[in-house]
Unconditional design. Structure first.
Length: 166
């Protein structure tokens, strides 16, 4: 990726990154991000969330079904997805958990942009817009060594509404 500028409403460049991903090298969960780094993260992450699982069909993406996962009495099918370097993602390899209705319920990954902290990313609600099911409420929790989430706090939430499919 080239230059990522962040502009004010009047077009003034407020911050910019050259090769955005490389600017996170050596970051830990405590490292402060610049405005442009926040914009980069939010942009690729939101796009990725809205395009899943359609991204699995992109060139260079490898998908493999692995052992199922049982959580709260439900058994979910699990896909291990490895993304090529050409797609900006949280981490190259991620796990995706699907319920009996084939809806995405959880994702596991280790974000490269903040020290690779293991997370369990849950889809708490989904709604249908123009015939397409869209996850509308997400909670991202840290993941313990046994694969279970740390339920003591929710560091990231994402709520979507008024989705328009064009």
């Amino acid at each position: 990726m080239g230059v990522l500028p962040v502009s004010a409403a009047d077009g003034t460049v407020m911050d910019q990154l050259v090769s955005p991903r490389a600017t996170f090298d050596g970051f830990t969960p405590e490292t402060q991000w610049s405005m442009a780094q926040i914009a980069y993260f939010r942009s690729y992450a939101t796009w990725h969330y809205l395009a899943e699982p359609y991204l699995f069909t992109s060139p260079g993406v490898e998908v493999e079904e692995v052992e199922p996962w049982t959580e709260h009495g439900q058994t979910w099918r699990v896909l291990r997805v490895t993304f090529p370097d050409t797609l900006d993602t949280h981490s190259r390899t991620q796990l995706y958990y699907f319920d009996e209705a084939h809806l995405l319920r959880r994702m596991d990954y280790e974000p490269e942009v903040n020290g690779q902290t293991p997370v369990a990313h849950y889809i708490r609600q989904a709604r249908t817009f123009d015939g397409i099911v869209v996850p509308t409420q997400r909670h991202v929790l840290t993941r313990l060594d046994d694969g279970t989430p740390d339920l003591s706090w929710i560091p990231i939430t994402l709520d979507l509404g008024n989705v328009k499919v064009l």
